[in-house]
Design a protein around this ligand. Structure first.
Ligand SMILES: CC1=C(CCC(=O)O)c2cc3nc(cc4[nH]c(cc5[nH]c(cc1n2)c(C)c5CCC(=O)O)c(CCC(=O)O)c4C)C(CCC(=O)O)=C3C
Ligand SMILES: [Fe+2]
Length: 375
């Protein structure tokens, strides 16, 4: 096998995701799973439950993950990469612990993990590492031999993640009336998180205020704006804004909210906008409700023409990027060098989260990082 196609030491890939309800009866237990011990106000939970009920109690995230699994298996097969792909979630079936048990039973010993979260943050990185540690502890208690688990690096700036989004922005711009198209603002949007979580995201000393979370998003936004300019010759004004704020009102979270931003654009005489959900790997409920429903209604009320550009989802370029990430990490684990693709100014992210990266409110064991209690 050529070095470029050798997944060793890995014998499997695990797609690790959030999970979502698949019908009305799932919504409340799902929300209980998500918010256990997180201090979310009851009112907020009722409201978010309504978002799911509006769509029949079904989150799009599970079908998105099934499509991504298909795309990964197809890509691996076409590339001659013999690596089985599994899927497990934090908050809904198939649950991570069950999937890991199945992987162990199938004889998998060294597992590469891809999370459906592209950026650094407690919610998008360490929390998944805590979930891995919890699952390993549960399986160890069952007397099972534990596999090694390695989380693949953050891929926010991988061309296979960014290029489909550039294409999506161009497609959305093309849908706008030519009379306003060139003056359209780009509103890059991502999940709001508490300011305190943003400030401590990533290796803290490397990043300023807002931490790695904000910096990584700004970097992706700049890459997309530059690529759009290359293609259209237009320098679209842009801003990074936030959505899906949760938590208690007195705790500061990243702002401005997309809806307030649309209002401000309209007030300033901006004639159109494209909402670009760079923070989301696929069409999650946050995209369907907070952008396509709520923010789109807000724009209609204002009389501001808006479009929402596509998320990456199961794009074949993203599947190919995942293959590259696996092979790149595999080469490194074997002690050889590998090409590490990254656009923008930040360069490829670390493989192993350093100690103290994206700290939790209460310290808990986290696997697949420098502070992992597991091998
Ligand atoms: C940064 C980030 C991502 C992006 C990275 C990634 O993609 O992982 C993300 C993804 C997701 N968040 C999701 C759903 C929810 N998140 C919640 C609550 C929270 N999210 C937070 C952050 C993030 N979340 C935070 C700081 C909270 C507060 C509570 C806490 O500190 O933990 C709540 C509770 C209700 C509410 O308060 O909104 C729900 C229902 C779904 C599934 C959607 C679907 O069904 O399609 C997905 C993919
Ligand atoms: Fe969330």
């Amino acid at each position: 096998m050529s070095d470029q196609h050798d997944p060793a030491p890995y014998d499997a890939l695990l797609l690790l995701s959030f999970g979502g309800p698949e019908g009305p009866d799932d919504v409340v237990p799902f929300l209980e799973n998500v918010t256990r011990g997180r201090g979310i106000p009851k009112e907020r939970l009722k409201e978010v439950g309504q978002h799911y009920f509006l769509f029949g109690g079904v989150s799009p995230i599970n079908d998105q993950n099934r499509a991504l699994l298909d795309a990964l298996r197809k890509d691996f097969e076409q590339a001659g990469l013999d690596l089985p792909v599994y899927w497990g979630n934090r908050n809904w079936a198939p649950y991570l612990t069950d999937t890991l048990r199945e992987m162990i039973t199938d004889g998998r010993r060294h597992i590469a993990v891809l999370t459906t979260s592209a950026y650094a943050s407690y919610s998008g990185c360490r929390q998944y590492r805590e979930n891995l540690a919890d699952a390993l502890a549960a399986l160890e208690a069952e007397g099972l031999p534990l596999p090694r688990v390695d989380k693949l690096r953050h891929y926010f700036n991988h061309p296979g993640f960014v290029e489909p989004m550039v294409e999506g922005v161009l497609a959305s711009l093309a849908e706008l009336d030519p009379a306003v198209r060139d003056r359209a603002h780009l509103a890059f949007t991502t999940h709001s998180i508490p300011d305190s979580a943003a400030d401590t995201s990533g290796p803290v000393t490397e990043h300023g205020e807002g931490g790695a979370y904000v910096r990584q998003h700004l970097d992706v936004a700049r890459v997309i704006v530059d690529a759009v300019r290359e293609e259209t010759g237009v320098d679209h004004p842009w801003k990074l804004v936030y959505q899906s704020r949760s938590g208690a009102p007195h705790i500061p979270w990243l702002e401005p909210d997309i809806c307030d931003h649309l209002e401000e654009l309209h007030g300033a005489g901006v004639p159109a906008a494209v909402m670009v959900p760079i923070g989301f790997v696929s069409d999650h409920m946050e995209v369907l409700y907070d952008l396509d429903t709520e923010a789109t209604a807000k724009a209609a009320e204002l009389g501001l023409p808006v479009r929402r550009s596509a998320t990456v989802g199961a794009d074949p370029r993203f599947a190919a990027a995942v293959r590259e990430l696996v092979l790149e990490r595999a080469a490194r684990e074997r002690g050889s060098t590998a090409k590490r693709c990254a656009l923008g100014a930040l360069g490829p992210s670390h493989d192993l989260c350093p100690i103290g990266c994206c700290p939790a409110r209460a310290e808990r064991p986290a696997a697949a990082g420098a502070d992992s209690p597991y091998a």
